[in-house]
Ligand binder design. Structure first.
Ligand SMILES: CCCNC(=O)[C@H](O)[C@@H](O)C(=O)O
Length: 351
């Protein structure tokens, strides 16, 4: 069997907090580029992922940049656009004939995007879908949601009190954890009310709130309205690339998205993994990368293997589509994933 086509989807690298809470000792001016921006640590994380991909696909991707071989698309955010650019710097260091400035081992490579409001591929949850809105309301009345809210109501009250963010609830407390996480990642001293025990509780709430938009309740139906849209595109491409016309040169599709939940923001990797029913219920770390590899066999058949790289110190681990082998025949991959992919999302969105 021969590798024929690869799709990679990754989260951006380390960034500054999206926002500060009212009593936060660190405000926008304390961050070199302000809020929500890729840090140099994040740039290095993606440069490293790019070099990992270069090594993994040595002999598959051309040694030097071939514009027909790869297409790159990002959500329309500085941090995701810059992550893709740092990644490509690692993936395609220019050989001499592509070096346009002698002392610069870098060449520009296009990263495409669309305005967030028009992004139907990478930015989740996708808006204006009444049925989805209804599913989200119903989710808040499930036993699991109510129990978590009850179990952590004191923690949330404590956070409201200490942060001065009085509208904090189960769905939004992720933001406080995220801000504290970013500050600790950048060696900023956290206020003394931030104890290890509190951080542990906030992390549980953060992971729960990541799942709420896509799982917890009627996961399949939510997937058909959300992550299944991206999955559908990926599956369509895999099928198309299984029997490419001879002049087709595309070998890699690179997708750069975000992660943390905010009802109007992208949670790309999670939406996709929940639609595949392979989400490990933990937030994908910075520069986490989900890989699809399409293999063709001599007899015209094809198969799909998936991998997830969420730890750059070890090889990516194989990901098994429930109901299929690790090396999943393409027709089975298409059949099994079909239940998460809507044929007419607009119709399914209507109440
Ligand atoms: C509205 C802000 C929500 N969070 C983000 O945008 C982050 O980029 C998030 O997607 C992430 O991956 O950290």
């Amino acid at each position: 069997k021969k590798l024929a086509y690869v799709t990679v989807l990754f989260r951006h690298g380390d960034r500054s907090p999206i926002r500060a809470y009212p009593t936060d000792p660190y405000q926008e001016k304390d961050w070199p580029q302000g809020f929500g921006q890729l840090s140099q640590k994040g740039m290095r994380q993606h440069y490293e992922l790019g070099t990992f991909l270069r090594n993994r696909y040595k002999g598959f991707l051309n040694e030097s940049y071939e514009r027909h071989e790869i297409s790159v698309r990002s959500t329309d955010y500085d941090r995701t656009l810059m992550s893709a650019e740092a990644n490509l710097a690692g993936l395609y260091p220019p050989p001499s004939q592509q070096t346009f400035k002698p002392d610069l081992k870098w060449q520009p490579i296009p990263v495409h995007t669309v305005p967030l409001s028009e992004d139907r591929l990478l930015s989740f949850p996708i808006g204006e879908c009444p049925r989805y809105k209804q599913l989200m309301e119903e989710t808040e009345h499930t036993e699991e949601f109510v129990n978590i809210t009850k179990k952590y109501e004191d923690t949330i009250e404590w956070v409201r009190n200490k942060t001065g963010q009085n509208d904090t609830d189960v769905k939004s407390v992720w933001s406080v954890y995220d801000t504290l996480f970013c500050e600790s990642q950048h060696n900023l001293t956290l206020p003394d009310w931030v104890t290890p025990d509190l951080l542990e509780k906030l992390e549980v709430l953060r992971d729960f709130s990541l799942e709420v938009p896509f799982g917890i309740y009627k996961q399949r139906e939510k997937s058909r309205l959300q992550g299944g849209v991206l999955l559908g595109e990926i599956v369509k491409n895999l099928s198309k690339m299984a029997t490419p016309d001879p002049k087709q040169r595309l070998k890699m599709m690179m997708l750069s998205g975000g992660e943390l939940i905010n009802i109007n923001h992208d949670t790309t990797v999670i939406a996709l993994q929940v639609s595949l029913d392979v989400f490990n219920r933990k937030q994908p770390p910075y520069a986490a990368c989900h890989i699809f590899e399409l293999y063709t066999n001599g007899n015209g058949s094809a198969s799909v293997m998936m991998f997830y790289r969420n730890d750059s110190t070890v090889d990516p681990y194989p990901v098994q589509l429930p109901g299929c082998a690790l090396d999943c025949p393409l027709e089975d991959f298409v059949r099994i994933t079909h239940i998460s992919i809507s044929d007419d999302r607009n119709k399914e969105c209507q109440l």
